[in-house]
Design a protein around this ligand. Structure first.
Ligand code: ADP
Length: 185
């Protein structure tokens, strides 16, 4: 049998997102990506038009802390075109997660546009564990800002940042309901 002379090419995927903040849904997507790729580079998008709640540095540091123990995962902040980041990182694929049919339209448009920009980079979709199909960063921000407990839905590294912003994540400390009488309006 002929020896395998193929160069040992590392398979790298870029996982882009806003990560405002990173959730256990994102973590699940990354873990699935690691089964398919040698390395996953998480691209934390500046996305100023989305007016993120956490600044770029904080979003990146929450991601870095979450995956600090996994050598096959790196995180970088980026602005500009995703395909440029993918090329700069020598990635072969863009990794994205799908929750429900509602994600599909946007994801389809993005994947098609990225393919038009660079036909060599494939977009691959994975589905997160069923328990996380309802988890989104927006949901985390909204629930925690009203004092809801999100501690089972985000990595530990995120909790101090939610607390810092005065979002109470402990189940026992809830934002008191404000009762407004119709006559006070
Ligand atoms: P965006 O800013 O595009 O909404 P996010 O930062 O929220 O992106 O998420 C990045 C990617 O992770 C998207 O492909 C999104 O569909 C996916 N994702 C986020 N949360 C989940 C989840 N709970 N299950 C599966 N995929 C998810």
């Amino acid at each position: 049998m002929k020896p395998d002379t193929k160069p040992n090419i590392e398979r790298i995927a870029i996982y882009p997102g806003t990560f405002d903040p990173v959730t256990l849904g994102h973590v699940d997507v990354v873990q699935r990506g690691l089964k398919l790729f040698d390395r996953v580079v998480i691209g934390v998008a500046a996305n100023p038009n989305k007016q993120p709640m956490f600044d770029l540095k904080t979003r990146l540091s929450m991601v870095c802390e979450t995956f600090a123990d996994e050598k096959r995962i790196q995180a970088v902040a980026f602005t500009g075109l995703l395909v440029d980041l993918a090329r700069a990182q020598q990635a072969h694929a863009i990794l994205r997660g799908l929750r429900a049919a509602s994600d599909f339209e946007y994801e389809f448009q993005m994947a098609t546009m990225n393919r038009r920009l660079d036909a060599d980079i494939e977009t691959m979709f994975v589905m997160a564990r069923e328990d996380y199909t309802f988890v989104s960063s927006r949901f985390i921000r909204e629930i925690s800002s009203m004092g809801g407990d999100v501690s089972e839905l985000v990595p530990e590294a995120v909790l101090p940042h939610l607390k810092c912003r005065g979002f109470l994540c402990d189940q026992n400390i809830r934002t008191p309901h404000k009762h407004v009488n119709v006559k006070d309006l």
